[in-house]
Design a protein around this ligand. Structure first.
Ligand code: UGA
Length: 452
């Protein structure tokens, strides 16, 4: 390979679109490939099929400069690319905790027989440990000059562009110095800007991603377990998180107690990690991740119970306003959304739920057509007996009691993301409840009855 390598990006989801547009902005010629022709047309016209701040501008700049375009043709990709990035999705298999690797395998099966010159295939998708080694064997059998490397992606939705262009670390699992050298060349700009470059085995590179997401999920569930203790012992988890976070060995990130994690990554990744450990006979090592998952899901049930309490023990026919559908602010992604789960649970308890979200309404409607949606916050809150803040969008965290005056029928609010100022709401005559603080009558009664 001489001169600047030409790149293909296989799979045009969150990861693939971001990677294609970012590599084009670093000066490489990039061809994106997706089997969905409508998506390919949309991307070539400069429109994003997802919501991601700053990405559409980056895509349009790349299209305008002639540095990036999209196709459905794998043979075009095989003849175009010196380096091929696998960026296909690895969702949870229905009815199992395992990852569904069909898209990754299909992508390699489509590309490998078409390769007729030396090239590097780089996996970025999140896969169970051992997948890369298997893919490497398949690849070299189909094309002896093709080599496989693994380069996990750590980007977050909502800050995907910045995370890709200025990552804190670049992990490359390689089996040769040549692969390492190519990847150093591709990432020269972020490396010069200070990103750590960690060269390791294929297995460690795969594990790096699974372990990072498992750690983040564990940190969130740890603080949410402390929230449960606070609820029964009379503590305040917000103060507790601040105290823990002030210790530099612990750090404040990912200690925001509340409704817990969701999205297309953390929930399915920790389940797939546990499932893989079991397959390897090391299930005991990751048994704690089952508890991490259980704590996370319990927060959803607890939030619904708080609404039941505020409604006086019966939600049948009670108008309830749910603020948030996205799994986190800054995203329109509703995959495994805690907010939508709570909306569903409340509906099951008989409540008349109306959901509002500034970006995710369309996706929410598609995913859960049985729920009711409103086009504005005021419409959703109209006549509500209970308001639940379930995704901490700025539009919701900026809410004041005055802004809901004359709109809601009763002043009951559940702050499931610990994003509001409790004193302000209480002073205005609201019943305010949050996760991780024992403040309701039932909690007080439990504390009074304790033998201490
Ligand atoms: C996560 C990881 O943070 C990325 O590093 C990783 O690359 C990505 O998954 C992936 O595997 O592709 P993401 O799913 O975009 O990124 O979202 P996060 O910002 O990690 O948030 C995950 C969830 O945790 C959200 O539902 C958020 O509301 C929740 N969260 C986060 C908390 O409940 N408390 C916190 O303190 C932090």
């Amino acid at each position: 390979m001489s001169g600047e390598p030409r790149l293909t990006v296989l799979g045009a989801g969150y990861l693939g679109i971001t990677h294609a547009a970012s590599m084009a902005s670093l000066g490489f010629d990039v061809l994106g490939v997706d089997t969905d022709a409508a998506r390919v047309d949309q991307l070539n016209a400069g429109h994003l099929p997802i919501y991601e701040p700053g990405l559409e501008e980056l895509l349009r700049a790349g299209l305008g400069a002639g540095r990036v375009r999209f196709t459905t043709s794998y043979s075009e990709a095989a003849s175009f690319g010196d380096v091929h990035f696998i960026c296909t999705g690895t969702p949870q298999q229905p009815g199992s905790n395992r990852a569904d690797l069909s898209q990754v395998y299909a992508c390699v099966a489509a590309l490998a027989p078409l390769l007729d010159r030396p090239c590097l295939v780089v996996g970025k998708s999140t896969v169970p440990v051992g997948t890369a080694r298997r893919l490497a064997a398949e690849l070299s059998q189909a094309c002896p000059g093709a080599e496989l490397a693994w380069n996990p992606e750590f980007l977050r939705e909502g800050s995907a562009v910045a995370d890709t262009l200025a990552p804190d670390r670049i992990v490359v699992g390689v089996t040769s110095g040549r692969a390492e050298q190519i990847l150093r060349q591709l990432y020269a700009r972020p490396l010069a800007a200070g990103a750590a470059f960690i060269v390791t085995s294929l297995e460690t590179a795969e594990l790096a991603k699974a372990a990072a997401n498992a750690f983040l999920a564990t940190k969130i569930s740890f603080i949410n377990a402390m929230a449960e203790i606070c609820e029964t012992a009379g503590g305040d988890v917000r103060d507790l998180a601040q105290i823990l976070g002030a210790d530099p060995r612990i750090g404040p990130a990912f200690l925001r107690a509340g409704l817990g994690y969701g999205g297309g990554c953390l929930p399915k990744d920790i389940r797939a990690f546990s499932a893989r450990a079991e397959e390897l006979g090391a299930g005991a090592s990751l048994a704690f991740l089952r508890e991490v998952d259980a704590i996370n899901l319990r927060r959803r049930a607890r939030t619904a119970d708080l609404a039941l309490e505020l409604a006086g023990g019966n939600l049948t026919g009670v108008p309830v306003c749910v603020l948030g559908a996205a799994f986190k602010p800054g995203s329109d992604d509703v995959r495994d959304s805690p907010a939508l789960d709570v909306a569903q649970i409340l509906t099951g308890m008989g409540a008349r739920v109306t959901v509002y979200d500034p970006a995710a309404l369309e996706n929410a409607r598609r995913a859960r057509p049985e729920l009711s949606y409103a086009p504005t916050l005021a419409d959703a809150a109209q006549g509500a007996h209970v308001v639940l803040l379930l995704t901490e969008w700025p539009e919701f965290t900026a809410l004041t009691p005055a802004s809901l005056e004359g709109i809601v029928a009763r002043r009951n609010i559940i702050d499931a993301r610990n994003a509001l100022d409790p004193a302000r709401w209480r002073e205005a005559g609201w019943e305010y409840r949050a996760l991780g603080v024992a403040e309701d009558a039932a909690d007080r009664a439990r504390l009074d009855a304790s033998p201490w």
